[in-house]
Design a protein around this ligand. Structure first.
Ligand SMILES: *[C@@H]1O[C@H](CO)[C@@H](O)[C@H](O)[C@H]1NC(C)=O
Ligand SMILES: *[C@@H]1O[C@H](CO)[C@@H](O)[C@H](O)[C@H]1NC(C)=O
Ligand SMILES: *[C@@H]1O[C@H](CO)[C@@H](O)[C@H](O)[C@H]1NC(C)=O
Length: 853
């Protein structure tokens, strides 16, 4: 190269020589590398120009240059060119090549000059450089493969030639490659091409090193850092930490309870990673129960969860980022049961009343008990408050029957309030109770009972017929008709006469009337039986003995039996004149048919010829002398003795006793021949007696006629219905019970009612027994008279019973059927339970079969 340069330099010098004024003596050129140290030898001009050192000194050789900087100096003594200043080729020539220093060496005396060219050769002293140390890119991770990124700042290397910029390299090469391409203006463009997609989530910052290399030896390099910031793209969906969350929750938890928190993560950044939670169930009601906090994912309770409604709840939770990507998870809440439901008692069927003679273990009610809670909280036990009379049986799951457990007695307890309490086994236990009222219906199981075991009554003789003597009373513990007592006189005879001719009994009041006037002197007492009969069916009876005692009245005067009173004949007692004091003359004997005080007689002397001579014994009626009879005493003595009974008022009779005081009968006769005033008296008496007899006879006949007619009339009456003057007791068929709707009713029953208003005319025609209910009315009754007669005329048969109305027992059958399917029309047959359950249709009707659900 130096030869070339030299040749090139020679031709230049030749050209300069021709152009200049011929004083150019020679030229020389040197080549030195740049950056030589100061004082380094460039060339020896003595040798090269053929000069002498003396000439140099004498010629004051010097270097002439137009450049201000002097890089080269001349050493005259040695005749060499030395480096005066360090030469930097890049500073001197930049990219120009070749680079040379041109100067002249001028000599004086004589003037001569030599041209010197010093060629500066390049050394690799500059590395490639980039203007900036770093380059920043922001590239979205979603950038597609092949995307180009221009690196517009190229490296510079001030060296030239082989020392200049040679190539680039990029490190690491994971994602990008370098590509040089030809631009339209011919310059090389440098760009970075995406070869592998970026992922911000893996690496959000990439640092690449771009290295520029020159061709020197050793090679020098320049680098620049390329910082790639990977921008986020919404390429990641949120992800829940668990696909399914499971937790439990007590029912009845208060509203607002925080239940749990779900978390989802999104690897994206910023809004792409911003998650909103929501409940995505489309099942009704869930949104009323739960809510989720949109940003925190906290699930809260907003309603009341009920174990009985749902044992668990499933929430579908959605997490969604702002870029629209989402994930979902499930939360399963298992609800824990709390004992919050009372047992529910449902009375399926109850009996309003049962007859008191129901057999043991008669079902009174059937009920269904249900507790909506589960397990222990739903286990129910039922018991009764009164375990003596009733008992409860759990027939099958949840069904209970209440049964009678002891004999019932309406008379003791006509009504029961049966309280059933059902409680569950929860802690605390809940219970509920129901009370049903059961009426015990009456059965005729009590006979009437008389207040006393026997009665005794007194009646004063000479009573008026029809007088009410006294009242018997019987009570019946049964109810209503079964307790309606009627009194019946039982047939018997008193002294051969039917007792009914003595007394009658009022059937409904029990008042005993005397039928006739009694005479104590004929009958002193009698007894009979009164039967009390209730209105049950069959009726029950009891009887009582009634004794009637007739009381005496002082209705009879004493009767003097002795001395016999004869009309005109004279009977006289003889008293001998020699009789002593106390001589028993005679004894007045009187009786009184009354009794007691009424028959207690006393005798008194009412009148006497000589009161001093006789006395009458008060008690015994003995007439005795009370002094010695003397001769002066009249032969004929007349005593009037009055006999009195002790009745109130007392009745009396008088008797005249003639006493003859004489020793011989003729003497007496002579004395008793005439009693003139007595004869007159007797005549008058005879007349009055005849008159009285006629009057009495007439009265007697009249009375007799009246009495006979009355007797005949009564006799006919008593033959018809002497014992009853009240409605005849209705008679019911044997299985009749006074209430309806009990289990014992199996048929239709008859009601036969007889009514009369007049006991004396009562007449009851019993209807025919059978399945019809017949009401018979006596035509003489007033109220329905008109109607009855109409009926009668319709029936056109005077003796036939009147059919006024029937009482069929209303039975009803509620039969509701669930439709097997909605397509079936109303009334379609679902099943035949009579056949399938083996039931009788009659039983279905009588049992009021209905559906309980
Ligand atoms: C009735 O209850 C008792 C006690 O709870 C139980 O042992 C029995 O099995 C039950 N009977 C029926 C038929 O459910
Ligand atoms: C049953 O209950 C009713 C109503 O509470 C009450 O009037 C009646 O006296 C009770 N009967 C009995 C026998 O306790
Ligand atoms: C009257 O009652 C007694 C028991 O008190 C009974 O032995 C008798 O048979 C009854 N007489 C009549 C006629 O019913």
């Amino acid at each position: 190269q130096s030869v070339n340069d030299r040749q090139w330099g020679c031709s230049m010098l030749l050209l300069m020589f021709i152009l200049s004024v011929g004083s150019v003596l020679g030229q020389v050129s040197y080549s030195i590398p740049e950056e030589m140290a100061k004082g380094s030898l460039v060339g020896n001009i003595l040798h090269d120009l053929g000069l002498q050192t003396k000439r140099l000194i004498s010629g004051k050789a010097r270097i002439y240059t137009r450049d201000s900087d002097e890089y080269i100096e001349l050493n005259r003594e040695r005749g060499v060119l030395l480096v005066k200043e360090r030469v930097d080729r890049e500073a001197l020539c930049r990219q120009t090549t070749p680079c040379a220093l041109h100067f002249q060496i001028i000599l004086e005396n004589p003037m001569e000059f030599y041209t010197v060219t010093v060629q500066i050769t390049d050394i690799n002293d500059n590395a490639p450089t980039f203007k900036k140390n770093e380059i920043h890119f922001k590239i979205s991770e979603s950038a597609i493969v092949g995307a180009k990124f221009v690196l517009d700042r190229k490296a510079l290397d001030s060296d030239v030639g082989i020392n200049g910029l040679k190539s680039y390299s990029l490190n690491p090469t994971d994602n990008f490659v370098l590509r040089l391409n030809d631009n339209a203006d011919g310059r090389k463009g440098l760009e970075m091409v995406l070869e592998k997609p970026l992922d911000r989530e893996k690496e959000d910052q990439l640092t690449l090193t771009l290295t520029a290399v020159d061709g020197g030896d050793p090679q020098l390099t320049g680098t620049v850092q390329i910082h790639v910031t990977v921008l986020d793209a919404n390429d990641n969906a949120p992800v829940f930490t668990q696909p399914t969350y499971k937790t439990s929750l007590m029912e009845n938890s208060p509203k607002g309870t925080s239940l749990m928190t779900v978390t989802a993560t999104d690897r994206d950044q910023g809004t792409n990673g911003f998650i909103a939670y929501s409940i995505s169930n489309n099942v009704d009601g869930i949104l009323d129960l739960f809510e989720i906090h949109e940003t925190s994912g906290e699930v809260r309770l907003t309603g009341n969860v009920d174990y009985e409604t749902s044992k668990n709840y499933q929430l579908d939770i959605k997490a969604k980022d702002h870029g629209g990507l989402s994930d979902s998870c499930k939360i399963i809440f298992d609800i824990i049961d709390v004992n919050d439901n009372k047992p529910e008692i449902d009375l399926m069927s109850t009996t309003q009343s049962i007859p008191e003679d129901s057999v043991l273990r008669t079902v009174v009610a059937v009920m269904n008990v249900h507790d909506a809670d589960s397990e222990k909280n739903g286990v129910v036990k039922c018991f009764l408050a009164d375990t003596v009379t009733f008992t409860i049986d759990n027939t099958s799951n949840g069904f209970y029957s209440i049964l009678t457990n002891s004999e019932l007695d309406r008379e003791r307890s006509p009504e029961y309030n049966i309280t059933v309490t059902c409680s569950d086994e929860g802690v605390p236990s809940l219970s509920s109770s129901v009370t049903l009222t059961l009426q015990i219906s009456d059965v005729n199981d009590n006979a009437p009972v008389f207040e006393r075991s026997s009665y005794e009554a007194y009646i004063v003789e000479n009573n008026t017929p029809g007088l009410s003597v006294f009242t018997v009373k019987a009570t019946d513990a049964d109810w209503n008709q079964n307790a309606r007592v009627s009194y019946i006189l039982e047939d018997s005879s008193v002294n051969g006469v039917p007792v009914s001719s003595y007394v009658s009994v009022s059937a409904d009041s029990g008042v005993i009337h005397a039928v006739r006037s009694f005479d104590y002197e004929q009958i002193k007492d009698f007894h009979f039986r009164v039967k009390a009969q209730d209105g049950g069916s069959p009726p029950l009876t009891s009887n009582v003995t009634v004794k009637i005692l007739i009381q005496d009245q002082n209705d009879n005067p004493p009767q003097v039996l002795y001395p016999v009173q004869t009309g005109g004949s004279m009977v006289a007692e003889m008293v001998p004149r020699s009789a002593d004091v106390g001589y028993l003359v005679t004894k007045v004997v009187a009786v009184d048919v009354d009794s007691g005080q009424n028959a207690w007689l006393s005798y008194k002397l009412q009148k006497a010829t000589d009161r001093a001579l006789f006395e009458v014994g008060l008690q015994n009626g003995e007439i005795r002398t009370i002094r010695q009879v003397t001769d002066k005493d009249a032969v004929k003595q007349r005593l009037t003795v009055i006999v009195e009974d002790n009745g109130q008022p007392s009745r009396s009779a008088t008797v005249v006793v003639n006493v003859a005081v004489a020793d011989s009968f003729p003497e007496v006769l002579s004395e008793f021949t005439d009693f003139p005033h007595d004869k007159e008296y007797n005549d008058n008496l005879t007349f009055y007696l005849v008159l009285a007899l006629a009057v009495v006879s007439f009265l007697f006949i009249t009375c007799l006629a009246v009495i006979i007619s009355v007797k005949i009339y009564r006799w006919r009456q008593s033959r018809v219905l002497y014992q009853s003057n009240l409605p005849v007791i209705p008679y019911y068929p044997p299985r009749y019970s006074d209430t309806l709707g009990t289990g014992t009713l199996q048929h239709v029953y008859n009601y036969e009612v007889c009514r009369t208003t007049d006991s004396r005319k009562s007449d009851c025609k019993f209807g025919r027994a059978g399945s019809q209910n017949v009401l018979i009315m006596d035509p003489s009754s007033t109220g329905t008279m008109q109607r009855i007669q109409n009926e009668k005329s319709i029936l056109d048969e005077p003796d036939s019973p009147l059919e006024v109305w029937n009482f069929p027992i209303c039975l009803y059958l509620i039969f509701m059927l669930k439709f097997a399917s909605s397509e079936m029309s109303k009334g379609s047959v679902v099943g035949n339970i009579a056949r399938d359950l083996g039931l009788d249709v009659k039983r279905l009707k009588s049992g009021k079969a209905r559906i309980f659900t």
